[in-house]
Ligand binder design. Structure first.
Ligand code: PHE
Length: 450
């Protein structure tokens, strides 16, 4: 396959990578995990692993991509023939995430329409969300809308439009989130939520917390699935790799942090801070946010604008997911791009429907005690991604050697965190991921309990 065009500028790379990273993972998944796993303790662990593991892994992926000029599938094999399987494994992850991501994307579309059509008040009702997701047809219709939107962009070619839109909409997202966070934090009773979110309670520490934080890190930064390798392959040799990665990480973590600051204090102010609400999981954003908007001056306008931005963030992530799957098939077959897009869209739709119905018609179907959507989320974030991340560490440390990455980084600038990088990627990350992974699997199987 001929190598596609590269980014015209460093900012092009940063925007595309940040567009992939910032999505529902930041706005929807991070706050509900932080709420569920004890607030401050989760935040602390997340930040710790973000600046160490997240940084090391993202540098690695971008550098491997830029060095080989290939997507994940080819990049591992190009550096060492026997390691092609790691690329295959990484490429599997988006195939699992994309369908269920579209289900949540569909929910966002539904809320956007609700706010635009003056139903903001209804959306703030206690049973609105569960009433909606337990239906059969409606959520499937919205997920189709989300899928079609994504497919159309991928079919037309991602570059120009998305890059331009990102330049405007991403900063707007930041400003609006800050405004809503300030509003949320200053409500009556919200202070308890702020404390819960910011103050680590060490008694809340557990292996499952660390594991959840690790899964969230990979997911939120679009790591361990080849996306950053692909984007790295588009990057210019003279663009500063280290500082680009830093900026993406700061942006991604910043947005997640602010979303937590919007949602967790609001849970305390509007729904009381009791355990059952805090641990309500995937539904948290959709139940809490409408209440915030309902109580706000110009709430329906704010709600509508906010959900447009969430939708945009979700779309740019979904595009990167679908684009990865499409380019993978493009490399392996001789099918034309539009045909591939159609096949991927239909296959993803078929896989997405059970996840959607898992909250209504198929509610009784539970796998390992999880709903269908949660199960897919678990398999990708807590099983496949740690495995791919572990393999990546072993690969660069002991197969192709760390020097492969560091010398690539040093092509464009001095590598300021080289020492930290080397220690993390060689020793800390693989050992840590292995321990957490094994103990979590043993716990899942009921062999150990802590
Ligand atoms: N990182 C995206 C988010 O936070 C989700 C995503 C995961 C995108 C994996 C691409 C690949 O929403």
């Amino acid at each position: 396959m001929e190598k596609k065009n590269s980014f015209t500028s460093r900012i092009g790379f940063i925007l595309a990578a940040a567009g992939s990273a910032v999505g529902l993972g930041n706005l929807w998944r991070f706050p509900y995990l932080a709420a569920k796993y004890g607030g401050g303790m989760f935040l602390l662990i997340y930040l710790l692993i973000a600046v160490t593991f997240g940084f090391a892994l993202m540098i690695t992926e971008v550098a491997i991509g830029r060095k080989t000029g290939k997507s994940a599938l080819g990049a591992f094999a190009a550096l060492n023939e026997k390691w092609g399987f790691a690329g295959v494994l990484a490429s599997l992850v988006p195939c699992i995430i994309f369908p269920y991501y579209s289900v949540i994307g569909g929910w966002v579309v539904k809320y956007l329409i609700a706010f635009c059509s003056g139903q903001g008040k209804a959306a703030a009702g206690d049973t609105y969300f569960t009433g909606f997701i337990s239906q059969t047809a409606e959520p499937v219709i919205w997920l189709s809308v989300f899928l079609i939107l994504t497919a159309v962009v991928v079919m037309l070619g991602v570059q120009k439009g998305v890059e331009k839109a990102s330049r405007i909409l991403m900063p707007v997202l930041v400003v609006l989130s800050v405004i809503i966070a300030v509003y949320s934090v200053t409500r009556d009773g919200a202070m308890d939520g702020v404390i819960y979110y910011l103050k680590p309670d060490f008694s809340k520490f557990s292996i499952s917390l660390v594991f959840a934080a690790l899964g969230q890190l990979f997911y939120s930064m679009s790591l361990a699935m080849g996306i950053m390798i692909t984007y790295g392959s588009y990057m210019n040799k003279d663009s500063d790799l280290e500082s680009s990665v830093r900026q993406i990480e700061i942006f991604d973590t910043g947005i997640a942090f602010i979303s937590g600051l919007i949602i967790i204090p609001a849970v305390f102010a509007f729904s009381g801070g009791d355990e059952s609400v805090l641990s309500s999981g995937p539904s948290l954003m959709f139940i809490t946010l409408p209440k915030v908007f309902d109580s706000m001056p110009f709430g329906s306008v704010m709600g509508a604008v906010f959900f447009i931005l969430v939708l945009f963030a979700a779309l740019t992530s979904a595009i990167s997911l679908m684009e990865t799957i499409v380019s993978f098939i493009e490399e392996k077959t001789s099918l034309k791009r539009p045909v591939i897009c159609l096949i991927v869209a239909i296959a993803s739709f078929i896989m997405a429907v059970p996840s959607s119905l898992g909250f209504g018609l198929l509610e009784s179907v539970q796998i390992l005690g999880l709903s269908i959507l949660d199960f897919f989320d678990f398999i990708s974030n807590n099983v496949l991604m740690p495995v791919v991340a572990f393999l990546t560490c072993i690969f660069v440390s002991y197969v192709v050697k760390v020097d492969t990455v560091t010398s690539e980084v040093e092509l464009s600038s001095s590598f300021k965190s080289k020492k930290l990088y080397t220690v993390v990627i060689k020793y800390i990350a693989p050992v840590f991921i292995l321990i957490i992974f094994v103990s979590s699997v043993l716990r899942g199987l009921g062999i150990i309990d802590f």
